[in-house]
Design a protein around this ligand. Structure first.
Ligand SMILES: Cc1cc2nc3c(=O)[nH]c(=O)nc-3n(C[C@H](O)[C@H](O)[C@H](O)COP(=O)(O)O)c2cc1C
Length: 334
């Protein structure tokens, strides 16, 4: 537990509204950005499930610059999902400034910079976690974006590139000085992708290094996990995969942080949510394409259920919502 101004931080380890550069969030729990997952349909479920902020999948600044239709489609926000951040990635300050303007025009409340993606293709372009090696460039990107839009600019990065490396405090100061309004800190190094423990001690040092809010991210699945982030001095927590399994996890965490208890969502209720997701997806992409885009999520939703492997295989071949309902109905009873 950290001490700040002589006060015990655990007093503040609670659910609370938060402001990011003037944008008010109803609480300090955010949906973490996930490529292939946090599309508009999923973000609606997360908002309904209690998230105070949702973030899009990462969108390529270079693709936006060249007018790529698919990338522009990724900027589309639905009325029910605000406040929402659009996350962009790139390594060129002018492309990133243009991307920030496109995000602002699309109605984003915030624009987030991906400075933590460990995927080779992204690293090779100098973007994602590669920006952690080039703090001057990161600062330049941030200040160019800040000057180009009225909405707040935020940054997501990792504690380090490899295990034992603690780049957070330096990078957080770079972000703050360049005008970023908040940070999301993934507590695992880039070399670990999404596995292994988070380094809470490093996270605490980063949170203490700046005045702007720092959202702690990595492995938060319940109120205890979120409390650990808040006790490390983070202003909020960002939840990734646990929200894919259960988009109502935010309400469950909120109840736990407020000292209450909320019964975990039943399998039947979760499956009804998944069917709602499929309907929303169909509305955005059309029935067949919407189902194809849901394939990445189905493993999370069916995890641990009887006959999951078979149902997952069958899901890959579905073409209509009716077929999806017929397949999943077995899990919606009770
Ligand atoms: C499938 C998948 C896609 C992801 N895509 C992105 C992304 O587009 N941008 C980003 O900043 N992080 C991305 N991440 C990282 C998550 O935002 C988050 O930092 C990570 O999953 C750790 O949080 P968790 O342990 O709560 O899942 C992705 C993670 C996963 C599992």
């Amino acid at each position: 537990m950290t001490q700040k101004n002589g006060l015990n931080e655990s007093r503040f380890a609670s659910l609370r509204p938060l402001s990011i550069g003037g944008v008010r969030l109803k609480n300090n729990l955010a949906l973490a950005p996930m490529a292939g997952i946090t599309n508009a349909a999923f973000r609606i479920l997360a908002v309904e499930g209690g998230a105070g902020l949702v973030v899009t999948e990462m969108v390529s600044a270079e693709s936006l610059k060249y007018g790529n239709k698919k990338s522009f489609k990724m900027l589309e926000l639905l009325p029910g999902e605000h406040p929402a951040a659009i996350q962009v990635f790139g390594a060129d300050p002018s492309s990133m400034a243009l991307a920030a303007q496109a995000a602002e025009r699309a109605g984003a409340d915030l624009v987030d910079i991906n400075a933590g993606c460990p995927v080779k293709k992204v690293l090779r372009s100098g973007a994602g976690a590669a920006l952690m090696k080039t703090p001057l460039l990161l600062g330049d990107i941030i200040s160019r974006m800040v000057k180009s839009v009225k909405i707040p600019v935020t940054v997501k990065f990792r504690v380090g590139l490899t295990i034992g490396e603690n780049l957070g405090p330096l990078l957080a100061r770079v972000c703050e000085e360049a005008g970023a309004a908040a940070i999301t800190l993934h507590g695992r190094p880039a070399s670990q992708f999404h596995t292994g423990p988070v380094n809470l001690a490093y996270m605490a040092e980063t949170a203490a290094a700046v005045k702007i809010p720092v959202f702690g991210n990595g492995g938060v699945e319940d109120a205890a996990g979120a409390r650990a982030m808040l006790e490390a001095g983070c202003a909020g927590a960002a939840v990734g995969r646990a929200a894919v399994f259960n988009p109502a996890v935010f309400s469950e965490i909120a109840a736990g942080l407020s000292g209450g208890l909320s019964a975990p969502l039943s399998t039947a209720a979760r499956m009804k949510l998944f069917l709602r997701f499929l309907e929303l997806n169909a509305g955005i992409y059309g029935e067949e394409h919407g189902l194809a885009r849901a394939r990445k999520l189905v493993g999370y939703w069916l995890k641990g259920l009887p006959g999951a492997a078979g149902a997952r295989g069958a899901f890959m071949r579905l073409k209509t919502l009716k077929e999806a309902e017929a397949l999943l109905i077995q899990y919606t009873k009770g």
